[in-house]
Design a binder for this molecule. Structure first.
Ligand code: FAD
Length: 349
């Protein structure tokens, strides 16, 4: 467990008194909201309650009914208020108009905290907004805590290749910005009866001033791609399976359980599984109800991607393997015998 060092207490800088409320950027592409936005609203609600401020969703998009409807969904997931900007230049994501729009909102309404998903889009937008505003940004956070006296956000993230966790505080700037990967925070329950206030912000930009042009929109065909972050059950295999043929045993168990297949990095690097199946620091973060890890040692870089699972079952022939330190159930033995035995047992049920 990470040891929390004692920190020097810092008083709130009077320059920051005008900065209020916790904001979450609601990421939507072609009207489809990325679920990380709802996860961030769940986390944002805790921070806003601690600070005694509002939780605000920021919705940017084209002038269409769907864009406004996203605000209603944000209220269901806990936002009290939404800033809504509708403009044709915001139809498809482009860095320049989105950065201009979000920085304008921040300058006008002054949030204390601004959170975005650490998605491809969120990372791009967060970086350019933070540099434009000359404020601090902590990327890929795994934990967000408020320090009571200073109202500072203490953001924890892995560092040194995931071997250490560091806590970073943005004491000298506002807003305090953070990105969080999908599935790191729990999905809050939606309550369709919750309502909030929509504040429309008039934004103007001249299309000819935007360098990036969208020539064609080609949707990413994700139908056949694994969706590990949102799978309920994952069976994952590691280097302990010894050879690619044995990785089929993982597929067999996954099939009878209706599970997705995951893998450790060496397995992906060896070409036994696709990159989309890699779980861990440089792969996917997952949060299934059940994670079965076969022949995986439990290195910290793998652990950070899967220890949010409700139940972890580890199969390893070394009773001292680190994975047994955090697995809920452990089976000490040869994965090449245990995996087929489990497949057979579940097939009968
Ligand atoms: P090993 O560590 O070799 O473990 C194999 C395990 O199988 C051992 O515990 C062994 O006891 C067991 N075993 C052996 N034979 C059997 C058997 N017959 N039956 C049952 N068990 C058996 N790793 C990731 O997974 N995901 C990442 O995203 C990731 N990102 C990284 C990023 C960086 C910057 C770095 C430096 C490393 C990263 N790694 C990542 C690599 C990570 O450090 C580990 O090397 C990796 O997770 C180990 O994979 P493994 O558990 O499959 O293999």
């Amino acid at each position: 467990a990470p040891r929390k060092p004692a920190r020097k207490k810092v008083e709130l800088d009077p320059r920051f008194l005008s900065y209020k409320h916790v904001w979450v950027y609601i990421e939507a592409e072609r009207g489809e909201v990325h679920p990380v936005s709802w996860e961030l609203l769940g986390e944002g609600r805790k921070l806003a309650d601690q600070l005694g401020v509002d939780l605000v969703g920021v919705v940017l998009g084209p002038p269409e009914a769907r864009t406004r409807a996203i605000c209603e969904e944000a209220f269901h997931f806990g936002a009290n208020r939404c800033y809504l900007v509708q403009h044709d230049a915001l139809r498809d994501y482009r860095n320049e108009p989105y950065t201009k729009c979000l920085t304008e909102l921040v300058d006008t309404y002054q949030p204390e905290i601004l959170m975005l998903g650490a998605t491809t889009l969120g990372r791009d937008l967060a970086g350019s907004v933070a540099t434009t505003l000359a404020t601090g940004l902590v990327a890929d956070c795994t934990e967000l805590v408020i320090e009571a006296e200073s109202r500072c956000l203490a953001s924890t993230r892995p560092t040194f290749g995931g071997s250490l966790l560091c806590t970073i505080m943005t004491q000298r700037h506002r807003p305090q910005m953070a990105t969080v990967r999908p599935r790191v925070m729990a999905m809050p329950d939606a309550d369709a009866s919750r309502r909030g206030e929509v504040i429309e912000h008039a934004f103007s930009i001249v299309e000819t001033s935007i360098i990036t042009k969208i020539l064609q929109f080609i949707p990413d065909d994700t139908r056949d791609k694994p969706n590990l972050p949102f799978a309920d059950i994952i069976v994952a295999g590691g280097r302990g399976l010894k050879k690619p043929e044995n990785f089929q045993l993982v597929w067999d168990l996954a099939k009878v359980l209706g599970a997705e297949v995951g893998a450790s990095r060496p397995v992906v690097q060896a070409g036994w599984a696709e990159l989309d199946r890699q779980v861990g620091q440089s792969g996917k973060t997952v949060r299934p109800k059940l994670y079965i890890a076969a022949g995986i040692s439990g290195a910290v870089q793998h652990r950070v991607g899967m220890d949010g699972a409700d139940v972890i079952i580890a199969i390893n022939n070394d009773s001292n393997a680190p994975i047994f330190d955090f697995a809920h159930y452990g089976i000490v033995g040869n994965a090449m015998q245990i995996l087929p035995a489990l497949t057979e047992a579940f097939r009968k049920h």
